[in-house]
Design a protein around this ligand. Structure first.
Ligand code: FES
Length: 306
């Protein structure tokens, strides 16, 4: 015999509790309690604005129905993100509404319309590459800002083409530094190998670029790179004016430190231990360095392909 016991929804942000009977959806229960719960499509499972994060009691939620499964697949929802309009309860839950004001609504509407693979932010195992330019500082000291900006833009454009050709993307640039990510679109590929190919081709592109630099500025550049493989958080970061797909996390800092260690060992490309394990059967010979890295405790092995 079906139970009609009323369950309790604890709303984390509002610090309140509302009752939910087994025949009602989460959304119906919160609206009945006069919570201003966004539901742009009217509860049809088509907009995702009613999404909630189940903080406790995920096992007390009904399994996702077809509409919710389709939405979750499209927007890459982790299991704890549920559509309140499609979810019923068999026990108590604690939830956090994810769309709480107009700004949230704008951001989510935009993500929804873009239908990006990384629309919501997710943790992924990727290859992270930091590069900087050998000789950049002496160049920047000698030439006026116009020339510096122009040369950097030319450099970024050439390197972006090379990185994209090898299925990477530039997540960020700062001064002469590039942060590039590989493995986002096709996790089954060896993303460290893609990154190493990209670095090799960046160096090839640099030969032609250096002809231009010699002719115009009597200088030439080199590239130093740090390569790491690990979990990062990928997501669209949006200031309203500027938006970009960015990666964050300790592994990003780690890749940056590895790049920096090139100066200490007078090398051009260094791999972390995790990156090395991905390609050690493809590149058999290495120089191995052991060092501490700024901001990290312990000793780290870094690998140079020879
Ligand atoms: S209200 Fe639109 S998906 Fe739930």
């Amino acid at each position: 015999m079906p139970t009609h016991r009323t369950h309790t929804i604890h709303l984390f942000k509002e610090q309140t509790q509302v009752p939910c009977n087994p025949d009602s959806t989460l959304l119906e229960a919160t609206l009945a309690a006069h919570i201003n719960h966004a539901h742009a499509c009217g509860g049809q499972g088509k907009c995702s604005t009613c999404r909630v994060s189940i903080m406790e009691g995920l096992a007390h939620c009904s399994p996702p129905n077809d509409a919710e499964r389709e939405m979750a697949e499209k927007l890459k929802f982790p299991p704890e993100i549920r559509l309140a309009c499609q979810t019923k309860l068999i026990g108590n839950v604690s939830i956090r509404r994810m769309v709480s004001d107009k700004l949230d609504l704008d951001i989510i509407s935009q993500q929804f319309s873009e239908n990006s693979n990384s629309a919501l932010g997710s943790q992924q195992r990727l290859t992270i590459v930091f590069t900087d330019i050998v000789n950049y500082t002496s160049f920047a000291e000698k030439f006026p800002p116009y020339d510096i900006v122009h040369v950097l833009n030319r450099y970024y454009r050439i390197m972006n083409t090379t990185i994209q050709k090898n299925e990477g993307f530039i997540s960020d640039v700062a001064g002469d530094g590039i942060l590039a990510i590989f493995g986002l679109d096709n996790p089954k590929q060896n993303s460290v190998l893609l990154a190493l190919k990209a670095i090799e081709e960046m160096n090839s592109s640099l030969i032609e670029f250096n002809v231009y630099l010699q002719e115009n500025f009597n200088t030439s550049f080199g590239i130093r790179a740090g390569v790491h493989y690990g979990d990062v958080i990928v997501g669209p970061f949006d200031t309203g004016e500027m938006k970009k797909l960015a990666v964050i996390g300790d592994n990003v800092n780690y890749a940056s430190r590895i790049e920096f260690a090139n100066k200490e060992f007078n090398t051009n490309v260094l791999l972390s231990e995790a990156a090395y394990h991905e390609v050690k059967n493809l590149y058999p010979n290495y120089n191995v360095f052991e060092t501490s890295l700024k901001g990290k405790t312990g000793q780290y092995k870094l690998y140079e392909i020879i």
